[in-house]
Ligand binder design. Structure first.
Ligand SMILES: Cc1cc2nc3c(=O)[nH]c(=O)nc-3n(C[C@H](O)[C@H](O)[C@H](O)COP(=O)(O)O)c2cc1C
Length: 202
């Protein structure tokens, strides 16, 4: 089947893209609300872009044409966030944190997740094995869409000790123990299946 994208609606494109660009990692982003409570939401239009500067990008939509999603509203004001990579065990909490709540209604209290100290302005979710403290680097409006590409610069990384193996200069993070939760299309999620190792050609 061929799908000419210029003949498809936005919804049709969305369904085709989210079922074929898979699996997508999930950025579980915590930001500070105006009342200093914390907002938490998952985003799977997400990837890493470069190492120097260390950049991640997340594509964040709006609640409706006039109202920004809380994560974007907070990021534009506070210019920082903590971005977690959730493990499979956290699927319920990740999914629950995507509920559309009114601004200031915190997903943290709703999910019952425990926070722990991380950086001066923001804690991290204790149960998440990987957390990045990021500063807002740039925002790029995607013309004609309700999405904006939000570029985040990594300032600090937390990785749970049990995941790390140090061999000389090189740090290895155990992907099986991280057990990252990934997003597929519709309401589907995935975990890492079989992994493979093959040497890159010279
Ligand atoms: C696994 C998952 C991935 C998601 N990915 C995105 C995404 O990449 N971009 C986006 O705008 N919304 C995405 N959403 C929807 C947001 O999480 C949802 O709109 C959430 O309520 C936004 O919260 P906020 O208003 O507190 O920022 C995703 C939802 C789920 C469950």
């Amino acid at each position: 089947m061929h799908y000419p994208f210029d003949q498809l609606s936005g919804t049709e494109r969305y369904h085709l893209i989210t079922q074929t660009v898979i699996p997508r990692p999930i950025a579980w982003i915590m930001t500070k609300n105006e009342d200093s409570s914390f907002n938490l939401a998952p985003f799977s239009y997400f990837t890493s872009l470069s190492s120097d500067p260390a950049l991640l990008v997340v594509s964040i939509g709006n609640k409706n044409p006039k109202i920004l999603k809380d994560t974007k509203r907070n990021l534009l004001r506070e210019k920082e966030c903590v971005l977690h990579i959730p493990s499979g065990e956290l699927i319920e909490e990740v999914n629950e944190s995507a509920a559309s709540l009114s601004y200031g209604e915190s997903e943290i209290s709703k999910t019952g997740l425990e926070l722990t100290e991380f950086v001066p302005n923001l804690p991290r979710i204790k149960a998440a094995k990987v957390a990045f403290h990021c500063r807002l680097f740039d925002v790029h409006s995607l013309a004609g869409t309700r999405f904006e590409a939000v570029y985040l610069e990594i300032l600090k990384l937390y990785v749970e000790d049990e995941l790390i193996q140090q061999k000389g200069e090189r740090t290895y993070v155990n992907s099986k123990s991280l057990n990252p939760l990934a997003r597929l299309g519709g309401n589907d999620y995935a975990l890492l299946g079989e992994t493979m190792t093959i040497k890159r050609p010279d």
